[in-house]
Design a protein around this ligand. Structure first.
Ligand code: GLU
Length: 423
């Protein structure tokens, strides 16, 4: 069983889950106790207080973190999350998952992650800008194109990345340092295709799995989470002819057994801020029930722990795609594996985002920019190769794709650590 922490929400602690999965895989592959000891801990965790002058003239202090898990294979890499539920342990877990993610897709980067405890919807745009710049002022000595490269994550976006990059350059005598942050707008050195990269990458690996399992062309899909990744994935699946029967956001769900018109639903969400009021929605079902629907494919694109021991027995899908990080707790994962559910794990399914972040950095370094098709075809090649590696490794160990992916990743990281003489 995963460990429980004692926070108010009594949620499963994601860092404990991350370590638990690492230990399980270490057992399976006979990893040395030195390597396991090393990999359990982030190499550095920064905790900063960010004072922000609010629009009413008062000062409010926000707590922020940056966890740098492992840089054996390259500079730390990972997004920055703005969310009220951010915690030090969540950021630590996410940074470890970034280490595995970059290793699975074999890009020369390590794992890092940042976060600020804040509900960004409660800040004005200028307060948000001061917070974003304040965060960079607090951590700038610990980041850089060859040190640690932040990017967007939950509730952060290209605009926030621009402020952060600009602040970093100002703090460094205005040297152009575009590669310090990825997920920037195209006007400031962002890559074409970065905005859709997470969903595109997930779709490539989903397609590869669908082929292996001979999934029917009109399979039904439910998507939990209708943000950047979830809505774009739903749209690609819809365009490809799959029947997206349910979509949920943080407060509501749209459901239609006949399949939802996803482009229209995206418009609806933009205007009304919710999905249940969409005209095609047939039933009023509570949004958290989406994980229990009888569908062929369940896409988890919300936050951690959407499936735990509490609701895992209700899951009816045959395939799960983890577009979010850590959406299934380790005990629930074991239950689903035994039941025969095929899961494309987060560290593979959502690695398209960081892969195009890497391609963005490559373009920044050479100051030469590629067409969208070039970015997409590179992304596809990387994702398919990663899928094949994970699939073959899973077969070899008679395990699921999650363990296949972890084995590929851990071996790569451990080899780099050995070559450096760390272990
Ligand atoms: N936040 C994204 C992730 O969790 C992207 C990270 C990046 O591009 O560095 O993978």
């Amino acid at each position: 069983m995963a460990n429980q922490n004692n926070n108010l929400l009594n949620q499963i602690n994601p860092y404990h889950s991350a370590v638990e999965t690492l230990k399980d895989v270490a057992d399976l592959i006979g990893l040395s106790s030195d390597a396991l000891e090393f990999l359990q801990y982030p190499q550095k965790v920064l905790k900063v207080a960010i004072p922000v002058k609010m629009d009413d003239g008062s000062i409010k202090v926000f707590e922020g973190f940056r966890s740098q898990h492992n840089n054996a294979r390259g500079p730390y890499k990972g997004g920055i999350r703005f969310h009220p539920q951010v915690s030090e342990d969540e950021v630590k877990a996410l940074s470890m998952w970034m280490t595995w993610k970059c290793a699975v897709v074999n890009i020369p980067l390590g794992g890092g992650k940042g976060g600020i405890i804040v509900d960004p919807s409660k800040l004005s745009e200028s307060e948000l800008e001061r917070l974003s710049r304040g965060y960079i002022q607090a951590i700038h000595k610990n980041i850089g194109p060859d040190i640690d490269i932040p990017a967007p994550d939950v509730y952060t976006n290209a605009k926030i990345m621009s402020w952060m990059m600009d602040e970093y350059e100002k703090l460094n005598q205005n040297f152009y340092n575009r590669g310090v942050i990825t997920g920037k707008p195209v006007s400031l050195g962002g890559s074409l295709g970065r905005d859709t990269a997470t969903a595109d990458g997930a779709y490539y690996v989903f397609e590869a799995l669908a082929k292996k399992l001979q999934l029917k062309a009109d399979a039904t899909i439910a998507v939990q989470g209708f943000g950047n990744a979830g809505s774009i994935f739903a749209n690609i699946a819809y365009q490809k002819g799959y029947k997206v029967v349910a979509v949920s956001d943080s407060r509501s769900m749209a459901f239609s057994a006949r399949g939802l018109d996803i482009p229209e639903l995206i418009e609806h969400k933009k205007i009304h801020g919710r999905v249940d009021t969409f005209k095609e929605s047939e039933d009023q079902i509570e949004n958290k029930e989406i994980t229990s629907l009888k569908v062929d494919v369940l896409v988890l694109a919300a936050l951690e722990n959407s499936i735990t021991h509490e609701n895992v027995e209700n899951v009816q899908a045959d395939i799960i795609v983890e577009l979010a990080n850590g959406p299934i707790s380790p005990d629930a994962d074991e239950y689903l594996y035994k039941k025969g559910v095929k899961i494309i794990p987060d560290i593979l399914a959502n690695a398209g985002g960081v892969t195009v972040s890497y391609l963005e950095q490559v373009q920044n370094a050479s100051n030469y920019y590629w067409k969208a098709e070039e970015v997409k075809s590179k992304l596809k090649e990387i994702m398919i190769e990663a899928f094949d590696n994970c699939w073959e490794t899973a077969q070899e160990y008679e395990a699921g794709l999650r363990y296949g992916a972890y084995i590929v990743a851990i071996n790569r990281v451990v080899n780099a650590m050995k070559d450096r003489g760390w272990i």
